[in-house]
Ligand binder design. Structure first.
Ligand SMILES: C=C(O[C@@H]1C=C(C(=O)O)C=C[C@H]1O)C(=O)O
Length: 355
């Protein structure tokens, strides 16, 4: 070892000793906080503030996203000193939902992969998991209807959101595209990579695209079949030991999926929040305008408006609305009070830190 290398490693050792002391002191404080605070250990608003502060203070060379990942992991450890959390997500292992759950909660949780979005809701409702993570919309393919329908029915609250850049890969046993006879994927992922597949696998008819229950399931099916490929994420490829034929095959490079965290908790304001609600108006001229007017009137920005057929039969459509701000903020609460007078139905799904 050269003298220079030894000198640099000695410096790293000294820093590691300091880091260990600091992280241990932090964990002790978290445990102390756990003893004095009531209710659940996980406080999304506080964690969002910690991450925002670290992004602000970041001196480099690490990128803000890397710093956020590091501190999410530190908080995950500190939180586990207070209370071990179980997080349910749309499985199996290797799905983007798992990635979203990790991004929000870090790795020091018990993860509970579920077979369906329905199952994620029921696990949390039954108290088998503290929180659930479900996809709610994709920038290419739009709303995930089942999540919206269940949000309408559930007594659970929306406690958070996660935005995840979705990069799709073509995975197989080898990289010879000409030998691929069929491709497995989730319909959403097929739709996100439609053009790429047409251009790069022109020999395959549409019937060679076979729908799977999830991307991870598609990877599992491809792993069992030498002449098959899967469109799925990196993680799924790793879980099932597949070779990467092509990366970033999504037609839109900014392809993003938004996930919601659901749980029993009412989240306090973080200073930069969103509120999700579902509402419906009686079917008459100007009805939609009436629905939007209270937000405009109180200067509340709407970030999303999604209509969905009502299944109750009583009204034709329900509208899923996201607005900026926490329901405890005066302008949001005033707008909601005004809306409740006009709407045939209003359910506030929750306020939570904006991703
Ligand atoms: C330490 C706390 O508990 C948890 C852990 C946090 C942390 O490690 O910074 C932050 C919020 C909570 O999820 C707290 O409430 O402050």
């Amino acid at each position: 070892m050269t003298a220079q290398l030894k000198q640099l490693r000695d410096k790293i050792d000294a820093i590691d000793s300091e880091l260990l002391k600091l992280v241990s002191a932090r964990a002790d404080l978290a445990r102390e906080i756990g003893e004095i605070k009531n209710g659940t250990a996980y406080r999304p608003e506080r964690e969002a503030q910690v991450l925002a502060r670290m992004r602000e203070l970041n001196p480099g060379p690490l990128e803000n996203e890397q710093v956020a990942r590091l501190f999410t992991e530190i908080m995950s450890l500190c939180r586990s000193m207070e209370e071990p959390l179980t997080v349910a997500y749309l499985g199996p292992r290797g799905t983007f939902s798992e990635e979203a759950a990790l991004k929000r909660f870090g790795s020091v949780v018990t993860s509970l992969p579920c077979n369906s979005i329905d199952d994620v809701f029921s696990k949390v409702e039954a108290g088998k998991a503290n929180y659930g993570v479900v996809p709610v919309e994709n920038s290419t393919e739009g709303a995930v209807g089942r999540s919206l329908d269940l949000l309408l029915q559930t007594r659970l609250k929306v406690c958070g959101e996660v935005a995840l850049a979705i990069h799709q890969l073509l995975l197989a046993h080898h990289t010879d595209l000409a030998r691929i006879r069929r491709i497995y994927s989730h319909p959403q992922s097929f739709a996100q990579c439609h053009e790429w597949l047409n251009v790069h696998l022109p020999h395959l008819p549409a019937s060679a695209r076979i729908n799977a229950a999830s991307n991870a399931d598609a990877a599992r099916l491809a792993a069992e079949d030498e002449s098959a490929a899967a469109v799925a994420g990196k993680k799924a490829g790793e879980v099932y030991g597949l070779t990467v034929c092509a990366e970033n095959i999504e037609d839109d490079p900014s392809n993003t999926t938004r996930f919601l965290v659901i749980g029993e908790q009412e989240v306090a304001p973080s200073g930069r929040d969103k509120t999700s609600l579902v509402t419906s108006v009686r079917n008459r001229p100007g009805a939609i305008h009436e629905l939007l007017a209270p937000f405009a009137h109180h200067g509340v920005s709407m970030t999303r408006l999604e209509s969905r057929p009502s299944r109750a039969g009583l009204w034709e459509y329900v509208f899923f609305v996201d607005v900026e701000g926490h329901q405890q903020e005066p302008k949001v609460s005033q707008a909601l009070r005004e809306l409740v007078e006009k709407a045939a139905f209003l359910k506030v799904l929750g306020s939570y830190p904006a991703a």
